[in-house]
Design a protein around this ligand. Structure first.
Ligand SMILES: *Cc1c(COP(=O)(O)O)cnc(C)c1O
Length: 409
């Protein structure tokens, strides 16, 4: 059945880090000098380079999750408050709401896979009330303090509309830009602005599969310098005196280490190159998959320049399930993955509020992510595209009458 085409011998992984630059040299340097922990020159250097890239001051921390947590603390999210969050995302975007003993309210996505601004507005209009300039959820009387907007797979959310809604209803905006470092607006009100630097706070992640990595790590930016300083303070156990152990707040051990920052400083040197490769590889996929009959490569928002971090392929033939596609591709030595399960259906969040979730359900049942490492060769991409194109034949031949089971993915 498998006709001779391009041959590959090794498994093509979904996404692996790339250390072609100065990573080893900088890490060795940090270790030799003995600066391995939460102090050292690479931390400052990393922050300086990141701020230079984003055109916004940044504080380095332990993870994207800790960056989001710090942002929520800074928004003043307290026990009993509510925070609007997307349901179609990685669960790390939502868990910090619970760290604050606050309540998430789950929102649907639009065709960009990011939060649907039309539903967000309708929710604020119809399900909420305003009192003394505060927005509250009518059902629970809980105050809604913030909205977390995720720029899914490097695609920019509709920030113009979302910022207008947030202004109108007095909501703080936390941008989860953990997947979108390097994505920016090319036109409109936010022309030249990077994902993460438009809202009140922005969070980045440097986990192993992100566009740059520090092993594990993150960063946070704030529109207001005083808030950024305060988050830095909280991330270093809220220590008030350089010599004495005086603390006026509960702090966290959320600061990035010098070893992580050494890797990060080298990775930042490579960032423009990595973005270039992600874009080029995306174009190759697009070209090669343009004739595919049973699915399509999803696009990125017009008027933005995306980092094209992750490639989403939408299955359009109801007879082929996500599970079948993943398993069939794995047999051809291609590693793909399903998009996330919806967060409002996960055990810890089943009892929380969810507002008109429709599109997220559809996309959850239809999307797989394709290999996207920056090392990918042209030949490998052609091979993946070729296998995808004729996957329907294989699957439908093996199990022609089988009903697609979508309840179990
Ligand atoms: C990776 C990721 C995070 C968390 O980042 P960590 O550094 O792994 O803590 C949060 N949100 C989204 C959408 C992510 O993809």
């Amino acid at each position: 059945m498998r006709k001779a085409g391009i041959a590959v011998t090794e498994m093509i992984p979904l996404s692996v880090p790339n250390f072609e630059g100065n990573e080893e040299a900088y890490v060795l340097n940090a270790v030799r000098e003995g600066w391995v922990s939460t102090g050292g020159a690479y931390i400052t250097e990393f922050e300086k380079r990141l701020a230079g890239f984003l055109n916004a001051p940044a504080a380095a921390c332990q993870s994207g999750t800790s960056a989001i947590h710090l942002a929520l603390l800074e928004c003043g999210v307290c026990p009993g408050d509510s925070v609007i969050v997307p349901t179609l995302t990685f669960i790390a975007a939502v868990n910090p709401v619970r760290y604050q003993f606050a309540h998430p309210i789950f929102m649907d996505c639009d065709e960009s896979l990011c939060m649907d601004p039309i539903k967000l507005k309708r929710f604020c209009e119809e399900e909420c009330g305003q009192k003394d300039g505060r927005l509250y959820y009518k059902k629970t009387h809980s105050q809604i303090k913030a909205v977390i907007v995720v720029h899914v797979f490097g695609n920019m959310a509709d920030m113009e509309r979302i910022m207008d809604i947030a202004d109108q209803y007095g909501l703080k905006v936390v941008e989860d830009a953990t997947e979108a470092l390097g994505t920016f607006y090319q036109e409109g009100r936010y022309k030249g602005k990077y994902a993460g630097t438009i809202g009140d706070y922005g969070a980045y992640s440097f986990n192993g599969n992100k566009i740059i990595t520090t092993g594990g790590g993150g960063a946070v930016v704030a529109r207001d310098d005083a808030h950024l300083e305060h988050m830095k303070y909280l991330s270093t156990q809220a220590k008030d005196d350089p010599h004495f152990y005086v603390h006026h707040e509960v702090g966290y051990n959320y600061r990035m280490t010098n070893v992580q920052a050494a890797i990060g400083a080298a990775q930042l040197e490579m960032l423009p190159e990595f973005i270039g490769r992600k874009k080029k590889n995306y174009e190759t996929y697009r070209e090669r998959l343009s004739g595919c009959q049973w699915g399509r490569l999803m696009g990125f928002r017009d008027g933005t320049d995306s980092n094209k971090w992750f490639y989403a392929f939408e299955l359009l033939d109801d007879r082929i399930s996500v599970r079948q596609a993943i398993e069939a591709l794995l047999k051809q030595k291609i590693q793909t993955r399903a998009i996330w399960g919806l967060i409002h259906e996960q055990t810890p969040y089943r009892n929380d509020a969810a507002y008109q979730i429709e599109k997220a359900v559809m996309y959850r049942n239809r999307i797989i992510n394709l290999p996207c490492s920056t090392h990918l060769t042209y030949r490998e991409i052609c091979y993946v595209a070729e296998q995808i194109e004729r996957l329907d034949q294989g699957i439908l031949e093996i199990c022609p009458g089988e009903q697609k089971d979508r309840s179990n993915i």
